[in-house]
Ligand binder design. Structure first.
Ligand SMILES: Cc1ncc(COP(=O)(O)O)c(C=O)c1O
Length: 415
């Protein structure tokens, strides 16, 4: 081995060891974990759904609970996806004999003018979100995020000991890309959640292109398109095909209704995807891969579901407006925020007492609560409970934030 080769392999070993240390350091934070923690503020760092709570059994909501707290899709997996799962189940004794995961990547690539090397398949997008932040941030390379926005990336940035730079949303509640790009010349990741969780508001393609053209050297844009199909926002996949410095995240948890089945993508240049690899990439369940492909191949699914969820959202927003409640911005997805004019956590607790679980608050807007769009029946229950809560006197709730937990990461983080 010549010296160049041996120093290259030493660097490879070092980055592998760094990746292994970082990956071992923190759990991957998911929407489910955040939603459950917010629903139960008495239990700091509450575990994700289904995990045993100190010997009390699984953490499950009471019967009849209206769950509009985790941006899930009440329609569930499509018929085609369920059929694919049923077809796959008997084949589950083998790993992936028919190459279901590769077929899925090929299908998505072909549908979007990409190469299969641009697509890495994971069990949801939480994993590649976490790894992208670990790979491209460090104590010298910050994580720049909108505020409020989805918190999982910040949590990963804490693991890599990166500075977290929060940039308030613009006046129209899109990302303020100019301020984000200017925020730190040593940015490692600029995270753009489009549409944004929690506001459901969108950022224009023009702004994303501008950010790509003007971002600090050596940084990447992490464009999280978990909710893109529910909105009219333009996606950024063509920028991947054009070889730009960005990673686009996609999930099957939202419009495709597969949150519990699990499938997601990181879409990027192969050299960027290679940087995520040292953090790990488990084999996909063949059920998840086959259900995802069946969803992609269903040509009417996205439009149908966008219309169903959009109609329910529009109806709920119209009701809120008619009753003089204040919705923030112009949400286009399956979630929105309401400025309640009082402590949001007390509203969440009062709604829970009525068996309606709504989403969490963000520190920048303590009076605003996030609500997910459920079925028309669920939103009818929401309207009744919300009106009753808002008609009653505000009561302050005690939260464990006073106990030294990181206020900027809400209930969950204990670091
Ligand atoms: C913005 C955003 N990104 C990523 C995810 C991760 O979803 P999943 O791991 O289910 O694909 C979520 C989940 O709610 C989300 O809201």
């Amino acid at each position: 081995m010549d010296t160049r080769q041996s120093s290259r392999s030493a660097i490879g070993r070092r980055s592998f060891l760094r990746a292994a240390a970082l990956a071992a350091a923190t759990p991957i934070l998911t929407e489910a974990a955040l939603a459950h923690a917010a629903a139960d503020p008495a239990k700091p760092g509450a575990p994700p759904s289904g995990m045993a709570l100190h010997g009390q059994g699984p953490n499950i909501p009471p019967p009849g609970a209206v769950l509009i707290n985790a941006n899930e899709n009440p329609l569930g997996p499509s018929k085609a996806a369920c059929d694919a799962i049923a077809r796959m189940a008997p084949l589950g004794g083998r790993y992936d004999r028919n190459g279901e995961t590769e077929l899925l990547a090929m299908t998505f690539a072909a549908q979007n003018g990409l190469k299969v090397e641009n697509v890495a398949v994971y069990a949801g997008s939480s994993e590649p979100l976490h790894y992208s932040v670990l790979a491209f941030t460090s104590p010298d390379r910050s994580f720049v995020t909108a505020d409020p926005s989805y918190e999982a990336g910040m949590y990963a940035a804490m693991t890599s000991k990166a500075r977290i730079v929060k940039v308030p949303l613009a006046a129209d509640y899109g990302h303020d890309v100019k301020a984000m790009v200017a925020a730190d010349p040593n940015a490692g990741v600029i995270y753009i959640c489009n549409p944004n969780n929690p506001t459901g508001t969108t950022t224009t393609k023009q702004d994303i292109v501008w950010a790509l053209d003007n971002k600090p050297k050596g940084s990447i844009l992490l464009v999280d398109e978990a909710y893109i199909h529910l909105s009219d926002a333009q996606d950024a996949l063509d920028l991947v095909a054009a070889g730009k410095d960005l990673i686009v995240l996609r999930t099957f948890s939202k419009i495709y209704g597969m949150a519990g089945i699990r499938c997601g993508f990181a879409v990027a240049r192969p050299d960027l995807l290679a940087k995520l690899k040292p953090f790990g990439q488990n084999a996909m369940p063949i059920t998840g891969s086959a259900a995802a492909r069946a969803s992609l191949e269903d040509t009417t699914l996205v439009a149908t579901r966008k219309a169903i969820i959009g109609d329910t959202r529009r109806d709920t927003l119209a009701w809120l407006k008619a009753n003089n409640y204040k919705v923030i911005g112009a949400p286009e997805t399956n979630c929105f925020m309401i400025d309640t004019g009082r402590d949001g956590k007390s509203v969440i607790a009062a709604m829970k007492a009525q068996n309606v679980y709504i989403g969490r608050t963000w520190p920048i807007w303590p009076n605003a609560v996030r609500v997910s769009v459920g079925t028309p029946a669920e939103m009818a229950a929401f309207k009744t409970a919300f009106k009753a809560v808002m008609d009653s006197k505000a009561v302050a709730v005690e939260t464990h934030d006073a106990g030294g937990h990181r206020a900027d990461l809400g209930y969950y983080a204990t670091a």
